[in-house]
Ligand binder design. Structure first.
Ligand code: OSB
Ligand code: MG
Length: 369
């Protein structure tokens, strides 16, 4: 297989509601779409989901644009590949920049699956065509608004609710939620907003019977998370701290957490996500598929990775309509009774609507041999 043409777009889609976390707010979703064409004319799609500000990872949508155009495309164009898993090694000569790598690597997996005429999730090694899902709820302007959003998520069948917390909006917030929903499968995500100085406060979270506490401490604090996990009954789930197989091995060895949130974007692609899945499963860790407020292509890929055998906990992936008036794929990703059913068509399995994509495209480049 050779990729003979790349089309890359900068895209911006309005979100139905702003999404707020401890690190900031996303109102419009800007992202990159990579189209990769093989010598037979098959087209694969990838989505690059870095944000405009380097607050979740150090990358931004602009640094990804730079990496993809100035380094990755020149390296990958016209290169003979036997299998998309090789892209990881090819791009390994460039340090980090994992979200940019994921954007292009996923496009090549999609081309490959389309060449075989098989669904991407099967080619990845997924074992089932249904994924249990929950909902991730951003910080809200009021308690009533929060109740409204939780009620709506539950009405749609969400299998668990994740709420964002940050200093000043934590213990009281969870107390209020627990009073109204005593039995709710509930977890919290701090997006790195605390330090070990907050040990006392974090220990108070143990009283709420939470499924897990996601990324309480800094992205670089794998060691500190191990200290914290020793003092907590509730499992810690790591998100920002796990950017590679090596990070996952460090966290496993140090017992820094009991659960992983795995995102293709954060770890640099499908192959790295698979390697982490295999290592974590062998170590008895639990895991689930995270989300990045993706548009349809990224959403389809996040659901595909969550079909791997040991992704047993509900994923963060909501249906397209949770975030967008109109998605760029047909049909949209839908949640039914708390599950997303994957399409059985080749590749990502959804039809990309180039007309709608054009409406949201800010700029576009073509590189061909
Ligand atoms: O911490 O999992 C996170 C969104 C953007 C960046 C980081 C995170 C999130 C979410 C939303 O929690 C997940 C989703 O619904 O896509
Ligand atoms: Mg998180």
């Amino acid at each position: 297989m050779k990729i003979v043409k790349f089309i890359v777009r900068m895209v911006e889609m309005p979100m139905k509601h702003a999404f707020s976390t401890s690190f900031g707010t996303v109102k419009n979703k800007r992202f990159i779409i990579v189209e990769a064409y093989d010598e037979a004319g098959n087209c694969g799609y990838g989505e690059c989901d870095a944000f405009e500000q380097p607050w979740y990872t150090e990358e931004t949508v602009e640094t990804c644009w730079h990496m993809i155009h100035d380094f990755f495309i020149p390296r990958l164009l016209n290169l003979e590949l036997k299998h998309p898993s090789e892209v990881r090694e090819v791009l390994d000569i460039f340090r980090r920049n994992r979200m940019a790598k994921a954007g292009i690597e996923t496009a090549i997996w999609d081309v490959y699956a389309k060449r075989l005429g098989k669904p991407l999730y099967e080619v990845i090694g997924g074992r089932r065509n249904k994924v249990p899902v929950g909902v991730s709820i951003g910080l809200q302007s009021s308690t009533n608004k929060l109740y409204e959003v939780i009620d709506e998520a539950l009405a749609n069948g969400a299998q668990r609710i994740k709420v964002k917390i940050k200093p000043g909006q934590d213990i009281e917030l969870v107390t209020t939620i627990r009073q109204r929903y005593p039995q709710l499968p509930l977890m919290v995500d701090a997006n790195s907003a605390y330090t070990l100085q907050d040990m006392n406060l974090l220990q108070q979270l143990d009283q709420f019977d939470l499924l897990m506490i996601e990324q309480p401490l800094g992205a670089n604090d794998i060691y500190q998370h191990a200290q914290l996990q020793k003092q907590l009954k509730t499992p810690i789930c790591l998100d920002e701290s796990i950017c590679s197989l090596e990070d996952a091995m460090t966290a496993i060895e140090l017992k820094a957490c009991r659960i992983f949130n795995i995102k293709i974007a954060r770890v640099g692609g499908i192959q790295e996500a698979k390697l982490i899945h295999n290592k974590a499963a062998a170590a008895g860790m639990k895991m689930w598929g995270g989300g990045m407020l993706e548009a349809g292509i990224g959403r389809a890929q996040s659901v595909a990775i969550a079909t791997l055998e040991y992704f047993t906990l509900p994923a963060d992936t909501s249906g397209s309509s949770h975030y967008f008036e109109q998605d760029i794929i047909h049909p949209e990703v839908v949640v039914e009774n708390g599950f997303i059913t994957l399409p059985d068509k080749a590749g990502i399995g959804y039809q990309v609507d180039e007309k709608i994509l054009d409406i949201y495209t800010l700029k576009k480049t073509t590189n061909a041999i």
